[in-house]
Design a protein around this ligand. Sequence first.
Ligand SMILES: Cc1cc2nc3c(=O)[nH]c(=O)nc-3n(C[C@H](O)[C@H](O)[C@H](O)COP(=O)(O)OP(=O)(O)OC[C@H]3O[C@@H](n4cnc5c(N)ncnc54)[C@H](O)[C@@H]3O)c2cc1C
Length: 467
Amino acid sequence: MRSPPTELKSFSGLDRARPELVLARTPDDVAVALERARREGRRAVPRGAGLSFGPHALGDDLALSTEALDAIDVDAASGRFTVGPGARWGAVLERLRAHDWIVPATVTTSAATVGGTLASNALSRFSPVHGKEGKSIRELTVLTPGGEMVRASREHDADLFHAAIGGWGGVGVVISATYQATRLPPRACVASTVRRHASFEVLAEALRPAASGERTVYAIVAVQRDRIRALEITSEWVEGRTLRTMLPHQPASPVRVPIEWGVNRWHAISAAFWDFTYLVYMRGADRTPFVDDLAGYTFFMDGHLRAKRAADRFGVPFRSMQQTFVVPRAADLAPFLRHASARIHGEGLDIALLDLLWLPRDEPFHLSSSRAGSGYACTFSFEGPFDTPRAARVLGALADDVESLGGRTHLVKNVFASAENLARTYRDGLDAYAAVKRRVDPDGVLESVFLRRSFPELFEPNRATGR
Ligand SMILES: Cc1cc2nc3c(=O)[nH]c(=O)nc-3n(C[C@H](O)[C@H](O)[C@H](O)COP(=O)(O)OP(=O)(O)OC[C@H]3O[C@@H](n4cnc5c(N)ncnc54)[C@H](O)[C@@H]3O)c2cc1C
């Protein structure tokens, strides 16, 4: 189980670490590794597929991979299923869709693991209607650094349950998770209509999903200086029918890699691509829906991942960075987007893409960005040869700007925000999270670069015990 230090990096490539990588094959392996870490005063970070944009799954001491714990057990009649943390969402969706079930917050890449996404409390394009991933989770089996195997749910040790979901592996290693899936129409595919807008103003209203029904709505926006081309997309699961596939929803298409490379590397190609999409490709899409294969729609970012992996293999630079801000009030959305775009452009940076969706108020998961209330998740993406320190600086400034609106930086993707900003904006849940961490991990064994950098107070010596 021991191995020499392995170089690991984040998806954005901005963070690297050289931990000893421990590949757990059984829950016992996890227990042994945690016990060793505790005895030897080591630090350990749980790890899934390692696709986090930032250093969420990185640490320089022990990296404890649960990828091999990938069992999937589905009760086809009830839609309840129990999975190991290493199960990939591609395999989970395949098993669920065979019985017309889905987890609405399934992430956009089939390669992410259940452990990684539940520790992120992931969101999807169906989150405006169905919330984040935590909402579908019924029970977790968590191994604490003290060696205790705890079953945590809303009814039993709810505090640990609320800390572990979206808790970035800081309060225990998840050994298994039980979900309640949501019913799909028979042989479901996804139907989407698209409306086009040339300004931010109408989006706040448009992005609130209708009170009834399963239709979700989100927006993808190209922002080039003063030119705004927003696609408002309304999607729903429908009974199987003839497909009319939208180009980005064909992640396995052979043209996807060259398109992704071109768009990533040259802003002019990206602009031309958006002109074509907005002016030509989406014409009439408000009346005639696209009908996508369920997996193609759900995992559309697999094309991006394939392009990145191919670029890495050939030594071609392929960089991407994303940060999400949650703006609580509808009235603040358009002014914030205008302000943020001007600030980014003012620094000489291009916005590769902006995507927007509305998040309902979450359950009290301690580190959830929507724990305190609903809000608009606004994700700014940067791609290609951009100036990283400058982008990090402007994103940090925007984190302060969104705080002044009562909002916060979402903790999935990259997080450029000061620890002071994060302590203030997450205070309502951070104290509860810290209390759970002190209880189950008094020696501070579980630590990632992300948690230490973002919430250093979690690692301050406990005044009561001196540890
Ligand atoms: C192409 C792509 C598409 C994406 N799409 C989405 C999306 O649609 N929605 C979204 O919200 N995010 C998305 N993300 C971000 C994604 O949610 C996170 O990167 C996710 O955590 C990745 O899963 P992973 O298996 O790679 O986890 P890792 O990066 O390995 O780990 C993520 C976190 O989970 C913790 N962890 C892992 N396993 C365990 C365990 N067994 N017990 C406790 N903690 C554990 C780690 O310590 C770390 O804090 C995307 C990322 C990429 C690269």
